[in-house]
Design a protein around this ligand. Structure first.
Ligand code: SF4
Length: 444
């Protein structure tokens, strides 16, 4: 379904003067430039002997280079298509020769501005994304010609309406039950409607040829992405917060360039593994993150606390829609016919998803199995279940996940937070206590 931008009157009106908009935008932009510079500096300090190619990812971490490139691309007639969630098939955007960028906001300050439209009880990812739009702060949101939003949770569903006050919004609705014939055919028709909207905006027909090229481009990124994740199964050759940053940059970077740089990084890390040149001591407690998305930059609050803690921990895997779930699963094509490719695309964006918006008689079995597999293969010693206040879906599944991890005798720590720095001290104490406990278990 597409929400036409309401030219005449905004549905969600916010009283704010242009002068206040500019003041807020400039002050918040200056503030987050400092946060980004500080976090990048802390990552560099935390991994002194890091591979040179990491400097590319640190450079891309401050958005400005990519913003310039997007503005230039638009001046050459390219279309930019933003997406809020990993249900959006980037292959369709690339097949229409447009540029995909993820637009969910990871900045704390705009959440307060979002409160002018959205109540504080609502998840901060939504409030921050709304706030960023009100003051025109997010380069990716601002440069997007249209948005793809998935109707997963209540927050994302209403976000689609609010954003349609500013841009064309194309919603896609994942069926709550995924393993029925109707579900897949319904989902496939949702993506066919999306395809038509993308073609209309770009003026470019998505053909079998262009879709195949796009699938193959993403396959190259899938392969490197998996290589990087699989390297984290071994001894710690890369710090988790650095690996998470590399992963997340794929959501807004030029995918070819990202693939090339990530490939160089993997080659270097494989060398280091052979030389036992590690990023931290091999007996550092191995932590996995699961739950609400951890979106750069402000939300590196937790990864920083884990990897700067005493005793130190290392993040070896995550089950986050802002992390390992992004490029891990390739589109599985049998025959390169358009029909077959399109069905494979629909299956790729539905079947492997572990989003808690799904249910079935057995519950969200796929998520439990995904987590159990990660714990075993990545030798995870502790899990941090990360929740934003207002995120009902992930909160509701906690006990289910904890139960499954208890069976594996893997401790789980439930951490609820918000888009704020006020709880850093409290979280630091609790994280260090959790890591202390894991370390004691390792030493037994
Ligand atoms: S964090 Fe939770 S509530 Fe927020 S957008 Fe994601 S699923 Fe929805």
């Amino acid at each position: 379904m597409d929400f036409k931008r309401s030219i005449k009157e905004k549905k969600y009106v916010v009283e704010i003067s242009q002068r206040e908009v500019e003041e807020l935008r400039n002050s918040i932009r200056a503030a987050y430039d400092k946060v980004i510079a500080d976090y990048v500096e802390r990552m560099k300090r935390g991994w002194a002997g890091r591979p040179k190619v990491m400097d590319y990812f640190y450079e891309m971490a401050d958005f400005s280079r990519r913003e310039k490139e997007l503005i230039e691309a638009k001046s050459e007639g390219k279309k930019i298509i933003g997406y809020t969630c990993v249900f959006a098939p980037v292959e369709l955007i690339l097949a229409a020769d447009a540029i995909p960028v993820r637009v969910s906001c990871g900045l704390y300050e705009p959440a307060k501005i979002g409160n002018r439209i959205v109540p504080v009880e609502v998840c901060p990812v939504i409030r921050s994304t709304v706030g960023a739009k009100i003051i025109g702060l997010s380069p990716f949101l601002e440069q997007s010609d249209a948005l793809i939003t998935a109707l997963t949770c209540d927050g994302m569903t209403k976000l689609s309406e609010i954003m349609s006050d500013y841009k064309p919004v194309w919603t896609i609705c994942p069926p709550r039950l995924k393993d029925t014939e109707q579900s897949l055919s319904f989902w496939r028709s949702e993506l066919l409607t999306l395809k038509a909207n993308i073609e209309k905006l770009t003026g470019t027909k998505i053909t079998g040829k262009s879709l195949r090229r796009a699938i193959e481009r993403v396959h190259r990124a899938n392969r490197v992405f998996r290589k990087l994740q699989n390297l984290r199964k071994e001894k710690p050759v890369i710090m988790g917060r650095d690996a998470m940053l590399v992963t997340q940059i794929a959501m807004w970077d030029d995918l070819e360039r990202w693939t090339e740089k990530a490939e160089l990084l993997c080659i270097e890390l494989e060398e280091r593994l052979k030389e036992n040149n590690l990023a931290c001591p091999p007996d550092t407690p191995r932590v996995m993150l699961t739950g609400s998305p951890i979106i750069w930059p402000d939300n590196w609050k937790l990864p920083n606390l884990i990897e700067e803690a005493k005793p130190q921990g290392i993040i070896v895997a995550d089950e986050l829609c802002s992390g390992d779930r992004f490029l891990y699963d390739p589109v599985g094509v049998d025959e390169w016919t358009f029909e077959d490719m399109f069905t494979a695309l629909a299956e790729r964006y539905l079947m492997p998803s572990t989003c808690p918006c799904f249910t079935s008689e057995a519950g969200n079995e796929d998520r439990v199995n995904w987590l159990i597999n990660r714990v075993k293969e990545w030798r995870v010693e502790g899990v941090i279940y990360y929740i934003y206040r207002g995120c009902m879906l992930y909160a509701m599944e906690y006990m289910r996940i904890k139960h499954a991890l208890d069976h594996l005798n893997v401790p789980t720590y439930y951490l609820d937070t918000d888009y704020t720095r006020e709880d850093v001290g409290q979280i630091k104490t609790r994280v260090e206590a959790f890591l202390e406990m894991l370390k004691a278990r390792i030493e037994i």
